[in-house]
Design a protein around this ligand. Sequence first.
Ligand code: NAG
Length: 446
Amino acid sequence: MRFLLLLITACGAFAAVARQPAAELPELGQAPIRIGSFNIQVFGVTKMSKPHVVNILLKTLERYDLVFIMEIRDATGRAIVSLLDQLNNRVGAGRRYAMAISDRLGRTSSKEQYAFFYRESIFSLAGTYQYDDPQDLFERPPYGALFHVRGALKVTTFGVLGLHTSPRDVVVELEALHSVQRAARNAWQNENVLIVGDFNADCTYLNRREKNELQLVRDQSLTWLINSCMETTMVRTTCLYDHIVATGSKLMTAIDVESADVFRFDSAFRLNNSVAEEVSDHYPVELLITGKMTDPAKLLWLGQSLEVSQSLDPAGLQSLHRMRELEGRPPSPQLNGGFRTSGYLDSDGGGGLRLATAVRDGVKAAAADVGLAVSEFRAAFPGVLRPETAALLAELAARHLPWESPPPLPGYGDSVADNPLRLTIGCSLAEAECTARLSVVFRAVN
Ligand SMILES: *[C@@H]1O[C@H](CO)[C@@H](O)[C@H](O)[C@H]1NC(C)=O
């Protein structure tokens, strides 16, 4: 990539620089987070005793920033703690998981626990919810947790409510789940909830007619995100048992709906059927919650800029006062030469005392247009820029425009150049200097 640095010191009063300023890229925004739900068939001490199975579980779980785990069958309670410890050893300090786990649930001696693994750097646990099931409607009553999200997602707090239905009682349990999700939202005082789990909502356990009559399906405020072309169980059957259902307007805008999918760990890790079946008879289901892009006002200043600086000219002081007076007025040719102006005192050290700036976006990337914009500024605010400064900026623009497009930004995808350019003219009282800068702004496309 070209790196230009020209320093011209004609008569010592001004300098011109064409450069690519940022060696370190500023943060573009918060990366998306991935949420999963995984029935790890009969998870317990036996499964933990097989290192090759544990290895696949760890590789699968570390995909997720938050994952709901079902079918923990282990009276000792040690297997899930060992899984969490091994996962944390694997991912390292900055990516550690914490756990929220339910009591052992079930009507018979065969009991299961639910658990959430969540990354501590992203989530803090704001509460759990265990449905107390006074009418004994569920084999394993739903368990949920409310999470606060650190960092900039489009949703800051949401709940996840999970259920592993009894295959013998799917209709009753899923009907009851509709009221339980409402009760959980009330308890959490939060409408944003993901309802997840192995619902056994397909094939011999629930036919299409029964499914379509469920309140969970008919309720328009709930969105089922795993659709019928994605089977969630393995090889021998093609049944859609595992689901993610979302509710809450903030959460719905934050979910990347197209990311909702089944994670086929067998093909992802190139496992044959016999190994895959040792891991689980279910695939995880998952989705992404999108991160927020950085405020558009803080666009990525990655690109080229041209800059010409000169000493502050006392002849321009009157105009600088006028730039401050017109602060915030919309660009208009008569009023401010088509520039947005502002004046502020930057008192926190660093940048020095700003006196006034003027910005015009939408300058076409051609030397003649740059020259025109500069002369319109000079007509509106006489005395600020010397004629040599204006001429030098136009000359640099003629030599260096148009600029190349930037490469894609790793991890964020493509960027686009906001081409036309931005022309900024700013004067600093502390530095007794004015700078005219022409820059191209690159924006990540999300
Ligand atoms: C499946 O893969 C495992 C591990 O790579 C191997 O030990 C086993 O023999 C394979 N089984 C079959 C049926 O191919």
